[in-house]
Design a binder for this molecule. Structure first.
Ligand code: GLN
Length: 574
């Protein structure tokens, strides 16, 4: 039963607890993604290829490990403990990066790889990868648990949660690279650590609002002894031991030890193996352990996970071909954010983002005591609005590079999320709410359509030999993010609703595993538009425009094609 005293703006307070925790987790993930390549290339003098390999392995592993984190939470730890453990790992990882970044800033003029410092670096990456593995799937599962089984607010609740994800992502892509390059690496890396620490403190304080929904499934099993230790501690210790092989893997990737034939790397093979193992387990589970209804639900969910795999293959182009295309073939001086200014403006959003979780804590505590007072709502809404204003300001004021135009995705998402959260509720009240598979099909369709402005821009630039307008890219981001709103939060909600309860975190891990695959596939497709510019030569516009246009049209057809299939299959999935 719903208890209005446990709600803020119509959603359980626990959802906001998850919102801020996940905001900081995503900040740390995307912040690393923004800094990693620059840091390796500029500080440790990596070449493009090995730098990209490290980035790819990091992205792939980050999305593989949630399968393990989900499994351990389902069987033993419960989600709450897994989130706390993951959060601690993340804080340590960022502390490690800050120390390494500090060393970097006092040893100016390093011309070769500093292997000693790099060891700290690989270990920190491993801590972050493992931390995300424990935190990400489980925090998402908790959100689902906060809504009763057929609660119509589930989709809109996940839309809000998704806004939190993207606030973290937006802020990370805006500010991390900027702090790293203006104040020094340690500030870029360290900001994530401080934020995650606050996020974790906020989670520990707010866990009372989870009302026992995220507890271990069988507490006695946690106390049973394995290898002479209580099982809970054995799990933590075992995970810490796993840091060594993960760090070693990152080292090996950085040193080119894992390249097999051509494009096939060991990382890709490993990923395939994990995927096959999960599929085999899934086949066994639905035949041996499910009732017919559960089996149908699990199959429908698998179909949605597949749609997510296709969607994110298109989506990940934003971090690859969209970046190089912007850099090479689009105008630079039209967006206010692209105009380089003198001086180094202070990124005020940093402060507002650190303060927002505190404002939430204050308003939640206040509304516990005085449920009828409008004050808590005002305080909370005020904090969110302040945060948005400062983020928008920083979008315009901080000088951007082509790379950090990726912030546009998260920006549109944050702006669209409240509208979609309202839209699902509005449609539901009129009994018009589309089924989840239909929403996902819309997501694929919009993803496909988002490539039209870019294909057009590529053709234009190629034909005229001049830069095309950067506004095509802005339009593409807007369309793509409408698609993401239709597919991704709805998919998360579907996983929590359709999974058999005892394996829900594992299925959440599988959802993210699909993304691990998408990252690799996206890179493979992206190479279709690889443009070689010989030393001293300028870009051959006709050639490059043609290649980019081919890639973008291919992506467009892929999105539209799968969307049509998904629309046809949707009634059956429903
Ligand atoms: N942008 C989302 C996030 O970071 C999407 C993740 C995914 O499933 N690929 O959570």
């Amino acid at each position: 039963a719903r208890d209005p005293r446990d709600e803020l703006f119509g959603h359980p307070k626990g959802v906001y607890v998850c919102f801020f925790t996940e905001m900081w987790e995503r900040f740390s993930f995307y912040g690393m993604k923004a800094l990693l390549l620059l840091y390796l290339l500029q500080h440790h003098k990596f070449g493009d290829r090995s730098g990209l390999d490290v980035l790819g392995a990091y992205g792939g592993l980050v999305y593989c490990l949630p399968v393990v984190g989900g499994l351990l939470a389902d069987r033993f730890l419960g989600m709450r403990k897994a989130v706390v453990f993951g959060g601690l790992l993340l804080v340590c990882g960022h502390a490690g990066m800050a120390v390494e970044g500090h060393a970097a800033s006092i040893s100016h003029g390093v011309v070769a790889r500093d292997e000693g410092a790099l060891r700290v670096f690989y270990l920190s990456l491993a801590l972050i990868i493992l931390g995300v593995g424990f935190l990400k799937p489980n925090i998402s599962t908790i959100v689902g648990r906060l809504y009763p089984d057929n609660d119509p607010r589930r989709d809109s609740g996940f839309s809000l949660f998704y806004a939190g994800i993207n606030l973290g992502a937006l802020f990370a892509s805006l500010v991390c690279g900027y702090l790293g390059q203006t104040l020094g690496w340690k500030w870029g890396f360290g900001a994530a650590g401080i934020g995650m620490l606050l996020g974790l403190a906020q989670f520990l304080w707010g866990q009372k609002y989870l009302h026992g929904h995220a507890e271990p499934p069988a507490p006695t099993r946690l106390r049973e002894r394995v290898f002479g230790l209580p099982r809970e501690w054995a799990i933590y210790l075992g995970s810490l031991l796993a840091l060594a092989p993960i760090a070693a893997l990152m080292w090996a990737v950085a040193n080119g030890r894992f390249a097999l034939a051509g494009e096939v790397s060991l990382a890709l093979l490993l990923m395939l193996l994990v995927m096959l193992a999960v599929l085999a387990w899934f086949a066994w589970f639905i035949t041996a352990r499910c009732t017919p209804v559960q089996r149908q639900q699990m199959l429908a969910m698998m179909a949605m996970i597949f749609m997510a795999l296709v969607f994110f293959t298109l989506y990940e182009q934003t971090y690859g071909s969209w970046v190089t295309f912007t850099d090479r073939m689009l105008t630079k001086d039209v967006l206010p954010a692209l105009v380089i200014r003198d001086g180094t403006p202070w990124p005020w959003s940093t402060v507002s983002l650190l303060l927002a979780p505190l404002a939430f804590v204050a308003s939640a505590a206040l509304s516990d005591r005085r449920p009828d007072s409008p004050l808590p709502k005002l305080l909370f809404a005020g904090a969110i609005v302040t945060m948005l204003v400062f983020l928008l300001r920083d979008c315009v004021v901080l000088p951007q590079t082509a790379g950090s135009l990726t912030y546009l995705g998260a920006l549109f998402l944050v702006l669209l999320a409240p509208m979609f959260s309202g839209l699902w509720g509005w449609l539901d009240r009129r009994n018009l709410d589309p089924s989840k598979p239909v929403k996902s099909a819309w997501g694929l369709l919009f993803a496909g359509l988002s490539f039209i402005p870019l294909g057009w821009a590529a053709q234009q630039a190629g034909a005229t030999g001049t830069l095309a307008s950067v506004w095509w890219l802005v339009l593409a981001y807007l369309v793509l993010e409408i698609g993401e709103m239709c597919l991704s939060p709805v998919g998360l909600a579907a996983v929590t609703q359709l999974s058999v309860k005892s394996v829900v975190s594992l299925m959440m891990g599988t959802w993210f595993l699909a993304t691990a695959f998408s990252e690799t596939l996206a890179a493979l497709f992206g190479k279709l538009a690889a443009v070689d510019i010989p030393e001293g030569a300028t870009l051959d516009f006709a050639d490059a425009g043609g290649k980019y246009a081919d890639l973008f049209w291919l992506m467009m057809w892929m999105g539209i094609g799968w969307a049509v299939l998904a629309f046809i299959a949707a009634p059956a999935l429903k």
